[in-house]
Design a protein around this ligand. Structure first.
Ligand SMILES: [Zn+2]
Length: 459
């Protein structure tokens, strides 16, 4: 039985979808104004494991992932510049070019990591009419009021507003006295629609209520979920930084417009820091997938490193830890390579159920990995294929610094190993050493055992 930690109830709960043929999932996606970094991908990699686990439980996930191309301002509140507009200004491109460019970069990195494609990629600007309709519903239901710069959701009209994030609104008010806009009725009120003043240069603009404007950032998620999935969805995922504002506001909007609960389960992954610091452009510590590859790592080393920890724990990335993860992945690849050469094919009968037992415990990949390590010498090539099917770490696809597959390596190495065995039998150690050297040039090392000689990838 799959158990997931539900942020909404702060409890580990048994997961049961409304319909096992279509488990509805929504993942808050990226704001597409700059190159995605490993901190962004951490979330998508964890949620990919969730999808794999649902499938192992004979459920069929149906997921929508949104791409924010409008309305996400540089401040978490409702002030500051639109991130897309700022990106366009800095790069000297149009906002549409910026969005297209970073969407395609995001998707290509997403595919490189072999993550499950969402059933639907939903771009915020493709849902403008539906967004307006949602705002109109909020107006009709009297949840919204107008200020000089936009339409705001009146959070005092939704008494459950602070519950999801356990917010203490009195404290917030005291702390924010200085920046609290006098036009807002409550400190937690948020813009669902922003007006564009005549002197403002916001390129992305749509007419609504007789004037130009654009949707507030939180609006798109409520809109897309309503259009594509229908409330309540089974699972909503995001980062813990989304809890107090973004997800709290999504819940409020959906309630205000439809009087419905947004999601049954809320899953949140923790932060990723780099050398103990928050990832930020201003600190200059952004690492992309390309950076990993340029330092000689595979993106799958990073994926393995992430799964070594739990999605709800804060993770601190260091290059040293990534190097250890790379070694662990190499060891697993070598265990697979050995199992292929030994040729035992019968599977370990309890492997899948045992792995599932760990993973069903709120995605406990670290425990699943420890279990794999404990039995790795006995696993057959089919077992490794199963492990690779679940975690998608490219263990069984060798291609070590070349495009060679296992069988390419095997047909190269086997004749040389046979020749070397012959030379050794003749006590011709010089030839034997030369043959070992030839194998080493292709990145292979030899393992002489009582069962015979096997090749492996050099560490
Ligand atoms: Zn969202």
């Amino acid at each position: 039985m799959l158990k997931l930690y539900n942020t909404a109830t702060k409890k580990l709960e048994s997961f049961k979808p409304k319909n096992s043929e279509k488990v509805t999932i929504y993942t808050c996606g990226p704001t597409v104004y700059s190159a995605p970094h490993i901190g962004n991908f951490a979330a998508y990699i964890y949620w990919d494991l969730l999808l794999q686990i649902l499938k192992l439980n004979d459920l069929t996930p149906y997921r929508v992932l949104n791409l924010t191309d409008v309305g996400h301002l540089t401040s978490d509140g409702d002030k500051g510049e639109d991130k897309l507009e700022k990106g366009a200004r800095i790069e000297g491109k149009t906002v549409w070019e910026i969005a297209d460019h970073y969407i395609s970069l995001f998707k290509s990195d997403f595919r490189k990591l072999r993550l499950n494609e969402p059933q639907k990629w939903a771009r915020a600007t493709d849902y403008i009419e539906e967004s307006k309709e949602l705002v109109q519903k909020l107006i009709d239901n009297d949840f919204v009021y107008e200020t000089s710069d936009g339409l705001y959701f009146d959070t005092s009209k939704f008494p459950a507003y602070p519950d999801f994030a356990h917010l203490n609104l009195e404290n917030q008010k005291a702390g924010a006295r200085v920046s609290f806009s006098s036009e807002k009725r409550n400190i937690s009120d948020f813009a669902v629609w922003k007006f564009i003043a005549p002197e403002e240069k916001h390129i992305m603009r749509w007419n609504f209520l007789g004037r130009p404007g654009y949707p507030g950032w939180h609006l798109e998620c409520s809109t897309i979920i309503h259009q594509e999935l229908g409330e309540p969805i089974d699972i909503h995922t995001g980062g813990i930084d989304h809890i107090p504002i973004h997800h709290t506001n999504e819940i409020a909007q959906t309630f205000g417009a439809f009087q419905k609960k947004l999601a049954e389960f809320w899953l949140h992954c923790n932060f990723l820091t780099i050398n103990g610091e928050k990832i930020s452009k201003s600190l200059g510590n952004i690492i992309t997938l390309k950076d990993l590859e340029e330092k000689g790592f595979s993106v799958f080393d990073f994926k393995l490193w992430l799964y070594q920890g739990h999605y709800r724990s804060e993770r601190n990335f260091t290059w040293e830890d990534l190097a250890s993860a790379k070694i662990r992945r190499k060891n697993w690849q070598n265990a697979y390579i050995l199992s292929c050469q030994r040729g035992k094919t019968s599977q370990t009968p309890s492997l899948e159920s045992k792995l599932l037992e760990y993973l069903n415990d709120d995605l406990n990949s670290p425990a699943a990995f420890a279990y794999i390590d404990s039995i790795k010498e006995t696993l057959t090539s089919e077992d490794w294929e199963l492990i690779d099917e679940i975690f998608k770490l490219n263990l069984t696809e060798i291609k070590n610094n070349s495009n060679w597959s296992f069988s390419d390596y095997e047909s190269f190495a086997r004749p040389l190993i046979n020749k070397r065995n012959f030379a050794r039998a003749q006590k011709n150690y010089q030839t034997a050493d030369q043959l070992r050297e030839e194998l080493s040039k292709k990145g292979l090392t030899l393992l002489d055992t009582s069962e015979g000689t096997f090749w492996q990838l050099e560490p």
